[in-house]
Design a protein around this ligand. Structure first.
Ligand SMILES: Nc1ncnc2c1ncn2[C@@H]1O[C@H](COP(=O)(O)OP(=O)(O)OP(=O)(O)O)[C@@H](O)[C@H]1O
Ligand SMILES: [Mg+2]
Length: 222
């Protein structure tokens, strides 16, 4: 499902070049739950951003479902991201001026095609599954951080992505909420067969993964 070849990300800064990702080869099979671990600054988020089609590699290739994503045009890549990838990042915030149900429906409305009544019914169902059935009309500022994160998961699922990328989705939440949110993500992985890639500093969470990728100084350590 996912394959990275010779992946590099160099940032040019005033202090010179930083090799954030310094040559990564990686395979993650469809339906798998993989955890990416490593010290702060080791390059995990930089890797995720390239995998997710958000930040262009300095070198190398990312193939998702057989598609060389960085070979796509800007528009095709945007459509691919919207349709095939769900993002659950700590700071991937909801749009503050939209209700939760609008936030969740939005990626499907952008994709076009589906009727809005169908999309809204699905958004409501997903929010219900995330325990937010009573908060469909709430604005993000009216719910807790954990509830916002659940809404982000619902939003990530609206287009039935093949791949969910979660970069420290629970690191700012209390332990019980973290467990509940991870249970939701793992249930999606198990029940829908959605590939899940999780970046975490929580080793107990990482140990539940089928594949652990350990990154140090921009490369994979065995
Ligand atoms: N936009 C940027 N410009 C310059 N350097 C950057 C940029 N983004 C990241 N870096 C540098 O690249 C390296 C890897 O950063 P990255 O955010 O990928 O690490 P990380 O493993 O996700 O860390 P954390 O666990 O703290 O989130 C770090 O040295 C960081 O300072
Ligand atoms: Mg990071």
């Amino acid at each position: 499902m996912l394959s990275c070849r010779g992946l590099r990300k160099d940032y040019v800064t005033e202090r010179g070049e930083v090799a954030a990702v310094a040559g990564i080869d990686l395979e993650i099979a469809a339906g798998r739950y993989a955890a990416i671990i490593g010290r702060s600054g080791s390059g995990k988020s930089s890797l995720m951003a390239m995998i997710g089609g958000l930040s262009r590699p300095s070198q190398g290739q990312v193939t998702v479902d057989g598609i060389d994503i960085w070979g796509l045009s800007e528009n095709a890549l945007a459509a691919f991201r919207n349709k095939r990838i769900g993002y659950v990042f700590q700071f991937a915030s909801l749009l503050p001026t939209l209700r939760l149900v609008d936030n969740v429906a939005l990626p499907a409305m952008l994709g076009g095609g589906a009727r809005s009544s169908v999309t809204y019914a699905r958004a409501a169902t997903l929010l219900g599954q995330m325990g937010l059935g009573d908060h469909l009309d709430a604005y993000p500022s009216e719910v807790s951080a954990g509830e916002q994160r659940r809404a982000v998961i619902a939003r990530a699922l609206i287009n039935e992505p093949a791949l969910i990328l979660a970069d420290e989705p629970t690191s700012d939440l209390d332990e019980q909420t973290e467990i509940e949110i991870m249970d939701e993500l793992m249930a999606v992985n198990r029940e829908r067969g959605t590939t899940l890639i999780l970046v975490t500093h929580n080793l107990a969470l990482a140990e539940q993964a089928e594949q652990i990728v350990h990154i140090a100084h921009g490369t994979i350590v065995p």
